[in-house]
Design a protein around this ligand. Structure first.
Ligand SMILES: NC(=O)c1ccc[n+]([C@@H]2O[C@H](COP(=O)([O-])OP(=O)(O)OC[C@H]3O[C@@H](n4cnc5c(N)ncnc54)[C@H](O)[C@@H]3O)[C@@H](O)[C@H]2O)c1
Length: 249
């Protein structure tokens, strides 16, 4: 399928995991892409993998929690490609700590990266998305849907992502811009596998059974990003799709 022929996608958190899988997926379906991340090495590797599909790939170091960098990166994308059709907000960080031990600075940092950065990206991208009747896909988390022990900062940030998604969906749907979120769980990435629990964590609180046979690779999220971002998703707006093997069912 070439659902993104002639389209331009901007993808954050593209150095690894779900961001890299999404970049590869959209590039393989014809999109020209701009990928950003703070991790230079992984970003170059993603750019190399995407370039194999023969479409334009730009990469740029951009800390999503830095508003100036965010605005410059979106503008650079539009200058380079002349348009912007899809914004994929995937960059994120996870901190697991007992609620009463999370320093306020850590709480703020998680919100800055996972939520405030996403807000700035959406704001910078929206004028361009209105022109193309484009759309936004935000990566939230199952922690936005149910309590996540030791994840007060992370879960709060993702709850904000869900609210931000719905707000943009209703405010801009009339101008042709859709905004949706995906809530992943049990995805095999550095973050998904390395969720280091704090000392003294109560395993009874954290062990939720997953009905499916095994955790799955980030491509299963990229599949859903591609659906939401493509014409096939044209009547989906303000939705949160849980992709977690049924864990929260
Ligand atoms: N893996 C899972 O099971 C899972 C579950 C729920 C939600 N998620 C979400 O999926 C998204 C992708 O995570 P992943 O699992 O691929 O993990 P990952 O750690 O492999 O990827 C996260 C990427 O974000 C980048 N990043 C971190 N801070 C950044 C910043 N300030 N600016 C720009 N880039 C930054 C990292 O360098 C990394 O490349 C995250 O938003 C995460 O919260 C993942």
């Amino acid at each position: 399928m070439q659902r993104f022929e002639g389209k331009v996608a901007f993808i954050t958190g593209a150095s690894a995991g779900i961001g890299r899988a999404t970049a590869e997926r959209l590039a393989s379906e014809g999109a020209a892409i701009m990928i950003v991340d703070v991790a230079a090495e992984g970003l170059e590797e993603t750019a190399r993998l995407c370039a194999e599909h023969g479409h334009s790939v730009d990469h740029r170091i951009c800390d999503v929690s830095d508003e100036a960098q965010v605005r410059e990166a979106i503008e650079a994308c539009v200058v380079q490609h002349g348009r912007l059709d899809v914004l994929c907000n995937i960059a994120g960080i996870l901190v697991l700590e007992h609620f009463d031990k999370i320093p306020l600075d850590t709480f703020r940092k998680v919100l800055e990266v996972n939520l405030v950065g996403m807000f700035a990206l959406c704001q910078a991208a929206l004028p361009h998305l209105i022109e193309t009747k484009g759309n936004i896909v935000n990566i939230s988390s199952t922690s936005a849907l149910a309590g996540m022990p030791y994840g007060a900062a992370y879960g709060t940030s993702k709850g904000g992502v869900s609210a931000l998604t719905r707000t943009i969906a209703v405010e801009y749907g009339g101008r042709g811009v859709r905004c949706n979120a995906i809530c992943p769980g049990s995805i095999l990435t550095a973050m998904g596998s390395d969720g280091t629990l704090p000392e003294g964590a109560d395993m009874k609180l954290v062990s939720r059974a997953m009905p499916l046979d095994k955790p799955r690779p980030p491509a299963v999220i990229a599949n859903v990003v591609a659906l939401l971002a493509s014409r096939e998703g044209s009547h989906i707006n303000g939705e949160e799709i849980r992709v977690d093997g049924g864990t929260l069912s």
